[in-house]
Write a protein that binds this ligand. Sequence first.
Ligand code: GLN
Length: 493
Amino acid sequence: MTSASAGGPLHQRTLAELADGLGKGEFSSRELTGALLARIEGHGETLNAFITVTAEGAMLQADRADKARANGDAGPLNGLPIVHKDLFCTKDVLTTCGSKMLQDFVSPYDAAVVERLSQAGAVMLAKTNMDEFAMGSSNETSFFGPVGNPWDTRLSPGGSSGGSAAAVAARLLPAATGTDTGGSIRQPAALTGTVGLKPTYGRVSRFGMVAFASSLDQAGVITRSAEDAAMLLGVMAGIDPRDSTCVDHPVPDYVAGLQKSVAGLKIGVVRQHFDEGLDAQCAQRVRDSLAALEHVGAKLVEIDLPNIGLSVPTYYVVAPAECSSNMSRFDGVRFGHRCDDPEDLFDLYSRTRGEGFGAEVKRRIMTGTYVLSAGYYDAYYLKAQKVRQLISRDFKDAFANVDVIAGPTTPTAAFAIGEKTDDPITMYLNDIYTIGANLAGLPGISVPCGFVDGLPVGLQLVGPHFAEETVLSCAHQYQLLTDWHTQGPENFA
Ligand code: GLN
């Protein structure tokens, strides 16, 4: 394990430290971008973390940022590096969604997240590998192959934002965007020892984010510190008329909010989260971190989420249902792959989709179509929507008594590539602690909270709607007490 210090090599520094260095003129964005591109070139292939590297565009953006700074016109993220999960549309650059279906797709516009970050001066270096259309928990469903976990490349970094998490953990980049429909930011963050923030549903525009399950998808970030996540969220959050579910809610100064102490903060500890499914050593790391927060004045309160045990089956009805509808646009006519020489329209649809989608996406489409079909709709889809309401209500009741809910992010540390691919249900259970926040639309963060047999594990904090300030400040205060987040994998020092 290696530890970073503020003045160390550029690739070891956080966004906040890099912003400081750029501001003081210690180095230019061109120098920084060049150094990180060299690291990507050296390590990117070992991990298979990237689908596209945008070296040329990055140097142009870096030069523009340096010029803006010289003119006294620097945006809040001026010259700082970022990579985007490959389901954010990027103008003139491939957006594949990890799928053969979109392997040649170039979007005519930028996603809102990409647009906002670049307007703030951020420099995009690459698009990251991911599970196909964000369906997966291990990055193994990607058409472009699995991603290695920097802590041990035989292991999975989690998914679906596996490339983003691996890149940040390996100190190739300080920050990456991701999306979280059932845990795809928080779970890979936990398994790679990084910070993963999923904001409230509606906090960040979904415009230009290729849809998987529209009522659950939310954009967020993977970084190494809560402070960096706060810097990015401040730029990404806010109303966007192009996304009708984006909420017009004031965007506070998240970085200023980090200073709030946890003294008196009521932290709910969910009884059901410590049931038999949780690895004993992971449970211990989480308990230790709760004790550390209690030591500085937080109050731990045992709580119940009576219906949380139904979150995985509920999600696996709702998400595939929405997925089956969203995936219908990939028909060989409008977007992406088209089969050769179709005989008729039916042949065009069936061969295009048969060739373009991988097994997991097909499984979701079939499940989704089934639960929405006449005769099964009431029994599955409608029932799942009702249970979703019960789960939301459980959280609402809990937040009447506590400020934040804390617990494990995942049931175990990282697992081997190939270990769970034959058994989708075991794979689905990886998201048992994260899915609840998506069903209820709540903000959540995962922060590194220790190691089990040399592999990182995460502490998850979930807050009420639009309480990103609370989860970020609690995470930041925890990071002031601990140094788990400064420890990186030795092979990527
Ligand atoms: N692992 C979950 C799934 O496969 C969640 C994915 C996500 O959050 N995008 O659906």
